[in-house]
Design a protein around this ligand. Sequence first.
Ligand code: 3H9
Length: 712
Amino acid sequence: MPDLVRYEVKDGVAVVTIDNPPVNALSPNVWTEIDQAVQRAVADPAAEATVLIGAGTTFIAGADIKVFDLLKTPQDSIARSAGTHALLRRMEDSTKPLVAAIHGNALGGGLEVAQACHFRVATRDAKVGQPEVLLGIIPGAGGTQRLPRLAGAQMALEMCTDGKPVAAPKALAAGIIDRIVDGDLLSGAIAFAREKARAREIRKVRDIPHAADAVKAGLAACEATRAALKKTAKGMQAPFAAVSAIEAGLKLGFDEGSVRERELFAECVVSTESKALRHLFFAEREVAKVPDVPKDTPAREIKRAAVVGAGTMGGGIAMTYANAGIPVLLKDVDDAALQRGLATIRRNYDVTMSKGKMTAEQVEKTMALITPTTSYDGFDQVDIVVEAVFENMDLKKSTFAELGKVTRPDCILASNSSTLDIDEFAKASGRPAQVVGHHFFSPANVMKLLEIVRGRETSKDVIATSLKLAKKLGKVGVVVGNCFGFVANRMLAYYMREAYLLLEEGASVEQIDRVLTEFGLPVGPFGMQDIAGIDVGARIRQYLASIGKSRAEGPQSAVPDRLFEMGRYGQKTGAGWYKYDAPGSRNRTPDPLIEQLAEDEARKRGIARRPVADDEIIARITTALANEGARVIEDGYATRAGDIDVIYVYGFGFPRHRGGPMFYADTVGLDRVLARVTDYRRRFGDYWAAAPLLERLAAEGRGFYSEAAAPA
Ligand code: 3H9
């Protein structure tokens, strides 16, 4: 085994290099070897100071996240972190100046190691952060105690509760780092360390005092942060725990604050919230691994793109390409349609600008990358075309037939269809190996999910290119199979079926939306439909009815169709499931008409309306998702359960701290989920048949993941 930490002396300074690719994560052996190397430097007469640096592309990206799975109880965690705290204290007690030299990232435990050094220098493009909260934990190696001493309580509160990394110049201004090195980092760090050795300067962060007025202001900042989190982090544990740990340090001092940090960390690390977030961390990285598309499959560079259709989706897709710096042709049938599309794009950028996220100059530069056109001129130059025309099979087929002629043979032909069979387009194009689905979610320039739909003949390099492109576009690409609605919308049909049926049974639109937002979704099913447009779903239902199909088994509520017939399409028409102040307004009020429509429908179907408990709403909706998700996996349309979780988190805002619908089902316990399905089948009908995979896993006492999460 090669050493994880190397030791050498250069120019009278001990250089301790952490070399644990790919990100120098702090596995238990790395901790031990850093400790040994720093102590060796202390004893080494040839070294007057020590520099701690990372090999490869980064300093240290944090503790090894996989190790947290070994902590089964809070006591396990407390015992382990007491050892870590003592180790960092030993480092800090080094009698020779100890300097962290940071490039890439110093995150989580990485920044905590750096804070236990006496000084920190960094490259200008380095980033430092305490992202633990994004994993449902808090800094557990003294970060909640040392960071406020370095940067002040306010900054520490921000970093520990939002988890966002801070760029080196800002970290310098905040006092987190002491110098930016513009040339070679190691040489700069050695020179800095020698300066400090000559000046006999050692600064232990744990000894930096909190002034009395800083404590007062810090405690007020803790209160204010807590109040703000009540709105932004509802239902979550870790952000509040981070505040409590920082507060404890302010009130009780370093040593007692550290004890409190260990206790709070221990409570968090065994929580379902943390397990869910850690699961997603790895699931998000797993999605890029497609079993039969090896890592070395050639993936092409996409330098130029075209989008066909300048409607809401097409415009959003063109913006996505332009935002990534890729020039894009935007084609529509006539000038009027193009101008409408461009006006929407301009409006969207104006909003971004008004929020201070882009300057006027950046907007102009980005918009200049979008070239409107009504012809196929220039399509022979592009590497990819994304078709985003109206959701109609004949129209799409004829578009693909044209695209097959006007583009280069190696050009990828992607469809943004959300429901239709991409193999049909593939056939029409004449080169099916180049055809793939790129299903963006509305608004396409904002939502991070990209379903990459694999057709029967889609080539492996088109899949590899799509995954690489998704990353470049700032999206999370998930490869899915070509079934109706693919994965996201196929499962959504079951979610919506239950929402409609619950309404007919006696729940109200407001109750269902409230319960789901309390569960953690950004918007409930009815609010979501009012944004997306009730007409969109209604047209798909009509199309399916015309070919004798429906989106989900079981009774299909007629209430949404009644709204469609009434022209109530949602926000855009000023009325849908709610009433709005005006078309386009987001200010909504409940509408008694919906209750009336639900009652009519219930009567027709012989349903006796009843009060529906909030718990039943969550149970019905999440059970429907998990049961259909199990079918999706078994039918091979998703590679693994984690892919579905990633799809739901990024496509529909399923609460991250619940891990996605499949992980959530595991936390409920699949035996309970199956019992619910059986109960619903008895109460509502055979359309509630259990997915065979769910039955099998429940019988074996397993979850969708090899090691099921403990029931909440
Ligand atoms: C912590 O530190 C707690 C402390 O308070 C201490 C308590 C005692 N562990 O993301 P990438 C893997 S909590 C294990 O694709 P990028 C990752 O799975 C931690 N593995 O690269 C992937 O594996 P694979 C706080 C890790 O360049 C590979 O490395 N720190 C870890 O796009 C490459 O990763 C964080 O939360 C890890 N800590 O992004 C930071 N990190 O190739 C977590 C990465 O098999 N990490 N891997 O799929 C990141 O945010 C990104 O990885 C980073 C690089 C920005 C660093």
